[in-house]
Design a protein. Structure first.
Length: 110
């Protein structure tokens, strides 16, 4: 929230990404920026995708700087969680008048 409050909206995503990295560091939160994570299909690497942040080695964070989040953004994050075999993701949008965020938790299959 601090980043959105100080910068407001209207900047490219990379500006918010850099500012958020500063805030995470200041708050002693372990995070890697632009982490290249592999994507596998049938145990074969078929590509990779850069995650905006990988926080505390367990939470994928995707940033957006758009007017509003849409289903395609949700789907993207859900697919990343599945592909990277991660349980939790956070989608944050700095482009709306108020900061938008949504947490995704992958359900356990019984």
């Amino acid at each position: 929230m601090t980043v959105h409050r100080k910068l407001g909206r209207g900047f490219p995503e990379v500006v918010y990404q850099r500012a958020l990295a500063i805030e995470l560091f200041k708050n002693d939160i372990s995070a890697e920026r632009e982490v290249d994570l592999p994507i596998f299909y049938e145990n074969e690497k078929v590509g990779s995708r850069r995650a905006d942040f990988f926080v505390e080695n367990r939470v994928l964070v995707e940033l957006k700087a758009v007017d509003c989040l849409v289903v395609a953004h949700h789907t993207q994050l859900i697919n990343y969680l599945e592909a990277f075999k991660l349980p939790v993701g956070l989608l944050i949008n700095f482009g709306s008048p108020s900061l938008e965020f949504k947490r995704f938790v992958k359900s356990l299959k019984l």
